[in-house]
Design a protein around this ligand. Sequence first.
Ligand SMILES: Cc1cc2nc3c(=O)[nH]c(=O)nc-3n(C[C@H](O)[C@H](O)[C@H](O)COP(=O)(O)OP(=O)(O)OC[C@H]3O[C@@H](n4cnc5c(N)ncnc54)[C@H](O)[C@@H]3O)c2cc1C
Length: 486
Amino acid sequence: MSEIPDWLNSMAEIVGSKGFTSASDDMAPWLTDWRGRYTGKALALISPASTEEVSAIAKIANAHAIALVPQGGNSGMVGGATPDKTGQSILLSLRRMNKIRDIDAGGQLTVCDAGLILENLHEALNDHGQRFPLTLGGKGSATIGGLVSTNAGGTQVLRHGAMRSLVAGLEAVLPDGSIYNGLSPLKKDNRGYDLKQLLIGGEGTLGIVTAATLKTVPALIDRCVAWAGVASPQAAYALFKFLNAREGQSLEGFEIVPKTCLDAVLEHIPDTRPPLNDSASWNVLIEFVRDQELATDPRELVEKLLAEALEQGLIQDAAIASNESQAEAFWKIRDSISEAERASGPALQHDISVPVARMADFITTAGTQIEEAYTGTKVAAFGHMGDGNVHFHVKAPTEIKAGRDGSQWMERSSQTISRMVHDLVVAEGGSISAEHGIGQTKRDELERLSGDARILVLRAIKSAIDPKNIMNPGKLVPLASGTSAS
Ligand SMILES: Cc1cc2nc3c(=O)[nH]c(=O)nc-3n(C[C@H](O)[C@H](O)[C@H](O)COP(=O)(O)OP(=O)(O)OC[C@H]3O[C@@H](n4cnc5c(N)ncnc54)[C@H](O)[C@@H]3O)c2cc1C
């Protein structure tokens, strides 16, 4: 049995027995990403309980050039929190750091530890008449540190922006162990480069986020959720423009759902029902809200606007949720699409954005081009249309079933079909990662499709802040030629 090195013993002493394990059974659940696409190895799983402990661990890691892989809820989509297979990294879990440090309801600011789970934040703020206006399907696992580090989006970006707009301050430990205390919520601060913004979306490659000051908004008084059938993505966009021009300030959600995705949900997800009597080729889920800053009754608003939209031929039919449980049922359909799509067969998934005004045409033209180029494939594009961001799935031909065949098809096709999708996105001035990040999944594509300037800056920032490349090596930043991932 190999001896535990002194530096690892020192790390174990810092966090104590509650925060240290090197037992493979204990580590196993955290060494595979939740989608099961990557499995890595680690020397130990270390879970500090304070910023000072994180700092002490980072100092030792830096002195011995040991890789640290930060992990929150392990709900990320791009393998960013999974260590490589060398078994030489430390998996650094923030889950024990899960306290709310302060809720300032009047100032609409909340300070919390990085390991706090999003859903727990939502519940705590509700008791104070406040709301953190970011939510996503993984809210029961995703942590504030992970959300910050991936600049996560979700279904309320339309009105409130992604994490970058919602973080007022950050505390973090840098690779040399120094503590950056930037929690103070300054509205104006012109001291040059903004480390906070580098850490947001930094995917753990520049440091470990230990706490955040988050902007909150008043809790909702009520909301109205509606489901409308439309003829095409172009009609969905026309409806979006109409609603936005009329009452954009209270429009909080606008999601597009093709019939194929709705059918997959109805087939695979228990307790789901079609919202409309006659199914439409395309659907949109709309949410209007009222809080203390907005006076209009959302239900009256939706009834009036959808009646006008029907009259103008923008929609074919609509159903307005008559109560909260029906509203939840509509959202359940939207939130279950990924699960339903997975159950219906292998598919390549792309989280892409193009300028909002071009998304409708992108969905139809890129969809047709892919289906023509790769016989038997079917494109399903759904999601945050109001943000110009859809999840663009390319489903395998029906004869390819889940399992070994499906995995092999996905492996092969990521080199061809995914490249074509990404090329089409770039040609539209879009992004190959709208909200999930780069991680290990898209690092090579980022390099292939980025201009020299972007890659130069990414590498320069990385090597300036983390010269020993100990922070989450192999993720996000394309390797300089001639170097290896760890
Ligand atoms: C069902 C479902 C639906 C989802 N829907 C959406 C969606 O609509 N929009 C969206 O944006 N995402 C979505 N996600 C993805 C996921 O929830 C987000 O990426 C989330 O931000 C990850 O948080 P986490 O705590 O699980 O991070 P992890 O998965 O643990 O880590 C993600 C990345 O952040 C780094 N990291 C984690 N914590 C820290 C830290 N404290 N300091 C530094 N780096 C850190 C990791 O190293 C890794 O690179 C969804 C996930 C699921 C399961």
